[in-house]
Write a protein that binds this ligand. Structure first.
Ligand SMILES: [Zn+2]
Length: 335
């Protein structure tokens, strides 16, 4: 379900308040080595309490729906996401779906297959960390603080995967869940590594706002794509597009049209057009991932990682020097 997978970075990039102060440059080789291992201390925890509440105790939700959205670990992040992205909640429809869980006899609820899947993920938490942390850290600066991220597996939300602040909410129905966690956890690391520069104001710097979406989504997509051997994602529709040259060129043209017109759009039109082209049509994901792949393969991992601190304009500039003619990006000038 592409439109909803979509949505992740916009909340995380707007709410860049992750790990406090920017990291200072370190000259000491010893400190570098220590920092290099720091990211490996990251921990991604799996939490299925929201799922358990929906399946086992739906009556407690139906008693006070607003309180659940305010207080449940997964749904309070969903509330932030809906508000940040101007995406309305369909609470009436949602409540109707929660009500179907309340119709299930209590003694049958613990055999719900979604609950079984959630418990299976929870049992696999340590094994996931063993493989995923090293992979994610290989695409992040050595000095990054360890990720401390909770993945909330939840049911019945409108999105399939989002990162909000340092945490992740994932729809339990998603078959590609573990691969998506790599993508979402990378957003957390990326935003941390940017050093808390604050959100990019789309009214002040529309092209910069687009560029950060492109870089953040592109790199996260590339990192998760590279994890496909470990965490298969056969249903992930982005990956066939990423390896399809015609699709890449088509989306590159769409992205360039957005960048070329961005300054002439009203804030509302910019928001809706960027959402349509960048997110729903997947231009941020596919073109951005190809950019990351190109830099990684032609200049090396360090050059790719450096673009995080150098910023999205440098990401585009570095890529354009390597890009085939029909895949060059309109270089956004400072506003
Ligand atoms: Zn994303």
């Amino acid at each position: 379900m592409r439109p909803d997978h979509a949505t992740d970075i916009f909340c995380s990039s707007v709410l860049v308040i992750l790990f406090g102060q920017p990291l200072l440059a370190e000259d000491s080789a010893i400190r570098q080595a220590s920092n290099a291992s720091a990211c490996r201390q990251s921990e991604i925890r799996f939490d299925i309490t929201s799922l358990e509440t929906v399946i086992l105790r739906p009556e407690t939700i139906l008693k006070d729906v607003d309180a659940f959205w305010r207080e449940d670990g997964a749904y309070k992040l969903m509330s932030v996401w809906h508000e940040t992205n101007d995406q309305p909640r369909n609470v009436e429809d949602w409540t109707r779906r929660i009500n179907t869980y309340a119709q299930v006899p209590v003694e049958e609820r613990s055999s719900n297959p979604l609950l079984a899947l959630g418990r299976e993920f929870k049992r696999g938490e340590a094994a996931f960390n063993d493989k995923a942390i090293a992979h994610i850290c290989s695409f992040l600066p050595a000095g990054i603080k360890p990720l401390e991220t909770t993945v909330y597996f939840a049911a019945e939300q409108q999105t399939s995967g989002i990162a909000v602040r340092r945490n992740i909410v994932l729809n339990i129905r998603t078959q590609e869940a573990l691969n998506m966690i790599v993508h979402e956890a990378y957003h957390v690391g990326f935003n941390s590594a940017r050093g808390n520069p604050g959100p990019v104001d789309r009214e002040v710097d529309p092209v910069g706002w687009i560029a950060i979406g492109l870089q953040n989504e592109g790199m996260a997509t590339y990192v998760a794509f590279r994890a496909s051997d470990m965490f298969p994602a056969p249903g992930m529709e982005d990956y066939p597009l990423l390896v399809d040259p015609a699709a890449r060129v088509r989306l590159c043209r769409r992205l360039n049209s957005l960048l070329a017109k961005a300054k002439s759009y009203s804030p509302d039109r910019l928001q809706s057009t960027a959402w349509r082209i960048g997110v729903l049509e997947r231009a941020y994901y596919i073109v951005g991932a190809f950019m990351a792949q190109t830099i990684d393969e032609k200049l090396g991992r360090q050059a790719l990682v450096q673009t995080i601190s150098e910023g999205p304009r440098a990401f585009i500039h570095k890529y354009n020097a390597l890009a085939p003619q029909d895949m060059k990006i309109v270089e956004p000038q400072s506003s």
